[in-house]
Design a protein around this ligand. Sequence first.
Ligand code: MG
Ligand code: MG
Length: 248
Amino acid sequence: MVIRTPGAVQGLRRANRATAKLLRDLSRMAQPGVTTRALNEYAMDYITRLGADPVFATEENFPGCINTSVNDAVVHGVPNDTVLKDGDILSIDAGMVLDGYCGDSTVTVAVGNVTEEHRRLIATTREAMLAGIRAALPGNRVGDIGYAIQTYAESRGYGVVKEFIGHGLGRKMHEKPDVPSVGRRGGGPVLEDGLVITIEPILVEHSARVRVDPADGWTVRTVDGGWGAQWEHTIVVRPRGAHVLSEP
Ligand code: MG
Ligand code: MG
C-alpha cells in the first residue's frame, strides 16, 4: 500500500470534492419521474466539462459513468430507461479521474416519500460507514474497520454484503489495500498516517446473498429481493481521526 505525499493528497482531495459535488447535484435530481439514464447523462456532461475522465466507463467497461442501483439492486446498477418512482431508494456511485487522481464516492437517496423502514436502512448504512471511518486510525488494522462496520450493522438487524469492498485510491481506482466491510479485530494490514482508502459498506434488509442480474450482466441484486443501501467516502488516515476527502 502507498502512503501519499501532501501533493498527492491534495490531488485526491480535488478529485473527490468534484465527485461529491456531482453527487450533491444528482441527489437533488433524483425525483419521481426521472430516469437513471438522465442522471448518467448529467454526470457525463459534468465530468467532461471538468476535463476529467469518466473512469467507470473508460477503464472498467461499465455501461455508464455512474452506477444507479434501485431498491433490491445493491451495486453496479446500469443507467437505463428505468423511471424513478415515489418510494424508491437509489444508490449512486460516482467516480472520475481529475488531473491524474481518482475520486470515488457513493450516496443512497430517498426518492419522494420513502417508508420509515427504508429511511432507517439508508441512515443505518451511512452510520455504519461512519463507524468504519472512526476505526481508521494509524496503528489500527484494516480488519478493525470491517469489524466496526459489521458489528454496527448486524446489531441493528441488517446484513452486510461481503463481495464488494473498499480499496486504496490514488492514480488508479483500485489499489492496495483491500478494505472489506466485514472483519475481525486486529486482522489485516496496519493503517498508517497518509493512507488513502475508500470505506463503502452495502447493507441489506435480510439475507446478504447477492447475484448478478442476467438481464444486463451487471446489476447486482439481493437473492431474496430485500432492499439495500450503500454509502462510500474516500478518506485519508490521520493521527487524530481520518479526514473525509469526498465532501463538497
Ligand atoms: Mg465507488
Ligand atoms: Mg470504491
